[in-house]
Design a protein around this ligand. Sequence first.
Ligand code: SAM
Length: 367
Amino acid sequence: DAQFGPAHPRWIRVNSLKSTVDEQLDTTFKGFEMVPTVAEVMAPASTGKKLICLDGNVPNLIAASPGIDFTKTEAYKSGAIILQDKASCFPAYMLDPRPEDGDIVDACSAPGNKTTHLAGILHERGFAGGQRILAFEKDKHRAKTLAKMVGAAGSDKVTKIHPGADFLKTDPDAPEFRSVGALLLDPSCSGSGIVGRDDTPEFHVPAAVGAASKPTAGGAGSKVLKRKRAPEAPTVVVDDDGAETVLSEKALETRLAALASFQLAILLHALTFPRATRVAYSTCSTHATENEHVVLAALRSPVARRRGWRILPRERQVRGMREWPVRGDFSACEGAGEGGEDGGDREGGDGVDAAVVAEGCVRADRE
Ligand code: SAM
């Protein structure tokens, strides 16, 4: 949302497991004025006003005037609303989980914003009997935060958490994963895209839920991790727990290469789940090394070619994504793009198609 300048609205996702947008408009947002665009929420003339706007891309998402503390509201404390940045709401929405998909994997889950979003979407669509979200989190401490957030959001009954489990060590052919039809991949990254916010909803866990493992700042009540604005050249990297490190150009390159190699391993692993037909890949990074390059490398891999993974054409994306103006640069990607070359031998004669990009978020499909 760089189009709105350095200030950003407060993004609020209504958790459909616990509430509805209409209910929240009548309660939490009573007294707020509804305006048609986010630009109006953020206009200089709007300073000091209590304005909201329904997001045009992602359902159940509300932009509110900055500077308003929602952490004291009943809705926040009860898990009816979740403070979650718009970019963080794309992956679950674009993955488009459905009852017929069987189990859904969230490979890198904590603190659980996207896990709970997946649950909310499936709740609206009607969970199929026995359908679960399988949430992996390698870091045991962060897995505790995940469990608390999943509980607070009311999605614990449908979410099976694998605390301390390394997604890369799972056997995709194990009986437990036989029905996995879609995977969400949000691996650790450089965090270079986290800018221009006073706090980071991504790591903003309700006080009742607990803090991320190493909060760098934030009051005891709200557990908000304060972030500094990144400098023009994003040589700052932010780890999963919010700690920032400024790197030299050379050190940054080395760090990005290591991250990209791990991210590619996660993506390639996901592509091997036998029943999987959709994968969403996202990062909080602005570096192509962690975004397009990872996706391109994955799509060029033997497994992707054999199984027929492709970038999903715009017209087949979820509505809000079709209308989202930003796309990744896949010009270097011969054959992996919309309607690209045939992937060669396909396993089981599967049809294909594969990925979408928005703010470092990619969806891959086959059918
Ligand atoms: N998806 C989360 C959300 O929206 O709230 C944020 C995920 S954060 C960017 C990445 C997470 O992946 C971290 O909690 C990290 O501990 C976890 N992680 C890293 N490598 C992993 C692996 N191999 N298997 C499972 N989890 C992993």
